[in-house]
Design a protein around this ligand. Structure first.
Ligand SMILES: O=C1O[C@H](COP(=O)(O)O)[C@@H](O)[C@H](O)[C@H]1O
Length: 234
């Protein structure tokens, strides 16, 4: 695990945007179609807005999500809608490359929707999983003290009582999130400092779900100074 600290959230967002572009370029140079799991959250959206294109083919990237709010398609609360608005539409990513989680108005009960999404995931490891971290240490929609952190078989699960609204969500589980070459945890702001510090020290998946995900090749924390403030002092 490595941790890189950037002075401000603005600089961090710019770095994340460039790193995503570089990752896509790297995988495409290998002759493969990149598979990227997107996250929601403040710093992620700021980063997506700064992705400017670069020397890559954005029409040949498969995008998935680590979690989604189970609300109707197009709802402003949905992580897919926010990512589309921030960069996917602007860069011309075709609809068949956007693997959104089912929506609440899609005709499936939430548990069926989670299973349907699990069946849509690629068999090979993802190239990149991006994860925001909540002030409570949650990643995707795996929340402290919630049973989903102990899921070992299903790749996607329903969450009916998220402590952060909206209550109904779908989340990838650890078995899915860990099946990635690169996992990058992206975090900004002093409100996340306690969670970041726990994940770097004695945190468990019970109290700090962010401590429980590692990539097959790398696990990188990209944080700003306020979010990193408690790492070394504990
Ligand atoms: O609800 C969610 O929150 C987290 C973190 O969001 P933030 O605004 O505190 O940065 C995000 O990672 C997750 O995808 C999202 O559904």
């Amino acid at each position: 695990m490595t941790t890189e600290v950037w002075p401000t959230a603005e600089e961090l967002a710019a770095v994340i945007a460039q790193r995503i572009t570089d990752k896509v370029a790297e995988v495409q140079r290998e002759g493969r179609t990149p598979t990227i799991v997107l996250t929601g959250g403040t710093i992620a959206i700021d980063a997506y807005e700064q992705i400017s294109g670069g020397d890559v083919d954005w029409t040949d990237v498969d995008f998935y999500w680590g979690d989604e709010r189970f609300v109707p398609a197009g709802d402003a609360d949905r992580n897919d809608r926010q990512a589309k608005d921030a960069f996917l539409d602007r860069l011309g990513v075709p609809a068949d490359r956007i693997h959104a989680m089912p929506a609440a108005d899609g005709g499936l009960a939430i548990g069926e929707a989670a299973d349907r999404y699990a069946a849509e995931l690629p068999g090979e490891p993802f190239d990149l999983v991006l994860l925001g971290v909540g002030p409570d240490g949650h990643i995707a929609s795996l929340f402290p003290g919630h049973p989903q952190v102990h899921e070992t078989k299903r790749l996607a699960v329903e969450v009916l009582d998220s402590p952060k609204p909206p209550p109904e969500r779908i989340s990838l589980t650890y078995p899915a999130l860990r099946n990635a070459q690169s996992v990058w945890l992206i975090v900004a702001g002093e409100g996340k400092a306690e969670a970041v510090a726990r994940a770097h020290a004695d945190g468990t998946i019970e109290d700090t779900p962010a401590s429980g995900v590692q990539g097959l090749a790398e696990t990188v924390w990209l944080v700003d100074v306020p979010a990193s403030a408690l790492i070394v002092r504990r």
